[in-house]
Design a binder for this molecule. Sequence first.
Ligand code: GDP
Length: 829
Amino acid sequence: MSDTTDGKKTLGLRGGARSGQVKQSFSHGRTKNVVVETKRKRVVVPKPGAGSKPAGPVGQVGGSDPSKRPGGISDAELERRMKALAAAKARESEEKAQRAAEEKAREEERERRRAEAEAKEREEREREEALRAKAEEEARQKREAEEASKRAAAAPKAEDTPQRAPVSKPAPQATPRKSEREREDRGRAARGREDSGRRSGKLTLNQALAGGEGGRQRSLAAMKRKQERARQKAMGGAQEREKIVRDVQLPETIVVSELANRMAERVPDVIKALMQNGMMVTQNQSIDADTAELIVEEFGHRVQRVSDADVEDVIDTVDDKEEDLQPRPPVITVMGHVDHGKTSLLDAIRNAKVVAGEAGGITQHIGAYQVDQDGDKLTFLDTPGHAAFTSMRARGAQVTDIVVLVVAADDAVMPQTVEAINHAKAAEVPMIIAINKIDRPEANPDKVRTDLLQHEVIVEKMSGEVQDVEVSAINGTGLDNLLEAISLQSEILELKANPDRAASGAVIEAQLDVGRGPVATVLVQNGTLKQGDIFVVGEQWGKVRALINDKGERVKEAGPSVPVEVLGLNGTPEAGDVLNVVDTEAQAREIAAYRESAAKEKRAAAGAATTLEQLMAKAKEDENVAELPILVKADVQGSAEAIVQAMEKIGNEEVRVRVLHSGVGAITESDVGLAEASSAPVIGFNVRANAPARNAANQKGVEIRYYSVIYDLVDDVKAAASGLLSAEVRENFIGYAEIKEVFKVSGVGRVAGCLVTEGVARRSAGVRLLRDNVVIHEGTLKTLKRFKDEVAEVQSGQECGMAFENYEDIRQGDVIEIFEREEVERTLA
Ligand code: GDP
């Protein structure tokens, strides 16, 4: 068939066909001539010079036939037309050449496939014939052998065996010869396209020849399926295999249809692959990442494991270009041993540098402030101590650029000084040593310097690198030198940020403010935070409602290294949480929700682990020591920290207090969950549990205790720790009421129109006013009215009027907590 065209008259296109011979080369050194014909497009071209016939495109441009023109055309016009004509001709011949080339390529491809198919077919036929011959030979031998032994019955049986053999044999043989099989498939596909009827007929014949009348035959449908598969393979298989290898991102769980989608594979194929791996799933079911990974690899794609944390990817983390960066003020943290004068030094700097007369200049306290040093701004974190520094670092917020280490000249290096040095070194933050209290007569700055040597801090005066400045926070000596040293250090650091991008920053302090809601003091680290920006901060999110600077002024925006109070949060974040501006509220919500659930899991896991591990470890260490785990929630960060510190100090030979978690804001369900996991009570300091948390606590038997005086709390915990809890007066909450409306009644004052939402409201009971779950007043009732009548009690679900004794600041939405005191046997945990 390779010489079909030779010596025979070829069929050709009629009329204006152009033909040419193309010589083709094949494998095995065979060549072939192919006649390529292209049908000429019918375009009338005027003879050169004459221009007597209008050409299609030219005719449109140039007008009518010159011969029919009444007046003839100008030379210029003629020339122009001729040019256009030539161009059209050139275009036409170009197209023709292209078509010819295409046709040639197609023809080549067809021929190649046909040749391959034939070669393959021949091979197959030969093989089958050989097999058949062999089988017949075997059969004959067998027959002869059997005939020799058993003449009659064995013969037909023996005949069966060889008949089946040739049919079933080619399959196992074909398996290792994969390339051959592929070629065969391709060939078959090509043939199938041309004349599937003929093909299938031929194959059946082959099989019939090979297998004899009793041989197993493929059904026509199976043949067609095979052809179809082969065709697909031949058509796109080769190039698909290269382009299709994808990086498939796999989260912790993935829905089957989504997995198929990410691999760009058909859903049924994926389901089938899963079934082969023993997983019966539908396309809407989720599978875990490990299973998905198997499948992805089976399909030949690359796996990229990702976590749910991908929702955070919307946070703009692009690195800034060098040219976008602008210098920013340094951020300074003051550290040192207790009583060495950190607070005094911070106050001294603020008082000396913040211009008096500026609105609230000195009184405003937002956890950080900026001072002006010869035109350079310096940002001081107004939260001295290591806890703040480390807790921030632990939460991923590296805020501090420079540490000022305060060492009292009359005291020298102390344990916390060493701790501070270690913290600064761990964070790779440069230090400046402020040798304080040099006004003291017993001050010995050189002793400080030599002491520091032992801790590998070599100050400049000892020919080292670390700057040291002698100061007095009390009388202001050396303050300027200290600030200069800071400026110098900051110049060396070349601190830069890009103010023209979505802001990111760190929470320095956060609190639930009565009236203003949750408020966070944020130090902007990069970009510019603007009013109206949507952000996510830790597990909270919000939209900047207002920005207040360190002087108490409202500002529209805050750039890098500027501390601002941010209003407009949906909840209270924690110190050290990172704030990121995002594009949409949906993104902010999504990220916050993800973080909340992740943190919940982590807390639960950590809580369980510490209880088990630590208690076990402790038990081993000293069998008599028990631990009292507690959870602390407070109204402000300051009180939370104070409580934690106080708690950590409590402890005797029998028991220690361990604070599992401390935070700011209402007691939530997740707090209760953690408390339950560790069998810990929850301490609310001037805050209350919200309704879901209360329910959860009731269900799980978690004790929630409320306090408003730290000493009471400390006393109670101490008593519990030493097992000395005695029967004492304890508060019982008997009801809650929500203020729906506030009226002014002459003679009585402001009266709250309430709905009792839980329990009962009792005239004789004590009451507290809660705003956003924070206690803002405690006292007694002046009146409890149902309609016009003064009553002793109002049940849940009923409305009533209440007024406080000596307290008027009540607002719609506030909650009134009604409690009674009773004497009970106390337990703590
Ligand atoms: P902090 O615990 O490190 O914050 O230390 P404080 O700032 O509270 O200071 C502790 C005590 O040292 C206070 O009584 C201060 O008045 C005193 N103090 C701080 N700085 C100086 C100083 O430069 N000179 C003198 N004479 N006393 C100082």
